[in-house]
Structure formats: structure tokens, C-alpha cells
Design a protein around this ligand. Sequence first.
Ligand SMILES: Nc1ncnc2c1ncn2[C@@H]1O[C@H](COP(=O)(O)OP(=O)(O)OP(=O)(O)O)[C@@H](O)[C@H]1O
Length: 347
Amino acid sequence: MTRLLEIDHVSVGYDGTNVVHDVTLNLNTGVIGCLLGPSGCGKTTLLRSIAGFEPISDGQIRLEGQEVSRPGRTQPPERRQVGMVFQDFALFPHLTVAENIAFGIRSQTAARRRQRVKELLGLISMDGYGEAYPHALSGGQQQRIAVARAMAPRPRVLLLDEPFSNMDVELREGLAREVRAILKQEEITAMLVTHDQNEAFAFADRIAVIHAGRVLQWDTAYNLYHKPRDRFVADFIGQGRMLPGQVLSEHEVKTELGTITGNVPQDCSPGAPVDVLVRPDDIMPDDDSEIFGEVMDKAFRGASFLYNLQLGSGTRVLCLTPSHYNFALGERIPLKLGFNHLVIFPR
Ligand SMILES: Nc1ncnc2c1ncn2[C@@H]1O[C@H](COP(=O)(O)OP(=O)(O)OP(=O)(O)O)[C@@H](O)[C@H]1O
């Protein structure tokens, strides 16, 4: 695999004030990345600088080893061979599906255009729709066509800015998974911007969690959930609560739910107060336990229940159980911890 996109210590700003600070990320060929973070954190600004729409104030952006942005020099978007798909993907309403897809390859011969459109219609499972007009299609179909249109010229990298956010929530994840499969078949390298972590998890191989213009962690979804390196990441990704504890040794922490064993960070010496990240799937009911949590709230999710439990000290934790564990509000549940990954932050 070769390094396709390199974002090297990049800062970007408006009117002399940076909103993206010192970001370093690399994407290898065929890898799908994602910029994930709350509204206003700078994800779109960073994506637009990769596209060539925003000049950078520090660092360098390279595509296939070739410099495309540095302070004072921005190669224009049309020369970068990047494809873009936006939230408002706006297909041309007066053009057929085939004409929409072929729009970016107008300079090619009619035979090559026909061949590429046929290939892409097959790839997005829309054979036979070439002569249809966009208004006759569902939102999901239109979005797949927008992706095919951006893919037609075989861009070096495809940039997608909140492309699914106009869709119903129930459809989003499925569409994200479908589009991912399409990109993977053509080995397209892509970068998605979203604030929706389910979408990021369904779509990307690697995700950058961004907060206030900085990348806090660039990692797989699994590691972001189970091995967050920062409190913001721990809080932003998935659900969980912090359980106060005290370090006993290099591999033991005492908490209200018992002594937990695992790797204690080096900067936490014995006696130090810490917080232990407890995910809903780290806690389970156990009839043999003498530690109890009172059910303050519960949410039925079909196959599971999510319980909000209050411990003796008043600390609240979440507990996910199969739905045949049907406890009543106010009931006291005996609990045990079952950690696979211990995540501890010094307090
Ligand atoms: N053209 C602009 N001129 C001045 N400031 C801007 C401009 N565009 C964005 N900003 C500011 O830069 C910061 C980052 O905005 P950006 O749109 O990159 O964030 P975002 O994470 O993509 O947010 P959202 O999900 O809401 O679009 C915000 O404070 C925003 O107000």
C-alpha cells in the first residue's frame, strides 16, 4: 500500500485565526478515513483544504507524494483530481442518470463514457436506470448516483462532506455501508466528514476524532471505543461513565465495584486518585455479588436493556443486559465487573 494523502502538521484559519491546528494524518491507497467531531470543530475546513478550496497557514498537504498545499501556495481544486460529494448533492434535474454520471467525463469519447456509466450503474446496483430522471428516484438512489458521478473520472481521493445527513436516521447507516462497499470494490481512497459516530463506524477504516480543531486520536473504531487515549474521546465515542478509583499498584485499582486488575498508566502512582472508564458492556448482573446498583432508569432496545444504575456512593453507571434480564425501576441488582480493556485517566 502506498501513501496517497499526507496531511503534515497542517493549520488552517480564517482572517488570521486558525480553526484547524497542527493536524497530521496519512491515508494509504484504498483506505477510507473519517473526520469525526462535534459541530464547529473544524472538520469541513480541513476537508476543504484537502480539496484545495481553503489555503493552509502552516504545514503541507501531499497527494501521491506531490505537494498540493503549503502556506502561500494552493494548487486549485480542478488540478488535484479529487472527487467531492456534498450533503446537498444536487444532481442536475434536467439530465438523466446516465448524463449526470457522465458529467465529469464529458471530454472522453462517447464509447468510453457509455462504458464507464454502465460499469458504475452496475457497481451501485442501478442497472437499467440510465434513462431515468433524478426526481423519479429515492433519496438513497440519488445519493448513490452522486457518488457514482464523483467516481466517474477516477479521482485520486474522494471527499465526502456529511453526504448522508439528509437521509432518515434509519437509512443512514445502511447507505453508509452500501457506499463503503462500492468504494472498496473500486479501491477508492476516501475521506468522510461527519458528526455521527454510527455513520463513521459503518463507513470508515480509520477515524480522526477532532475537538476544537485538533485531532485527538486517529484510530480504528474498535480502538476509539475500547482504548480511548483522551477523556474527550472516551466521552464522545460510545456510552460510558467514569467510576472514581484509587491506584493500589501497577496493575490494580480499587473502586466501589471492587478491585480491578489491568495496566495502570505509568503516571499514576499508588495512592493516586483516578477515573476508570466503565462502558455499559463492562458491567453485568451477578447473583453471587454483594455489590448492588439501584435501577434509576431503563431503556428497552428489543434485544437488550440499557440500565442506568446508582451505586451506594451515588455514582451512576450504565449496564447493558440481554432483554430477558427485566428488572423493575427501584430494584437493587447485584453487579460484577467484566473488563476486557481497562481505561484509566488520572484525576
Ligand atoms: N468562511 C468562514 N469564515 C470564517 N469562519 C469560518 C468560515 N467557515 C467556518 N468558519 C468557522 O470555523 C470553525 C470551524 O468550522 P467548520 O465548518 O470547519 O466546522 P465543522 O466541524 O465542519 O462544523 P459543522 O459540522 O457545523 O459544519 C467554526 O468556528 C466556524 O464558525
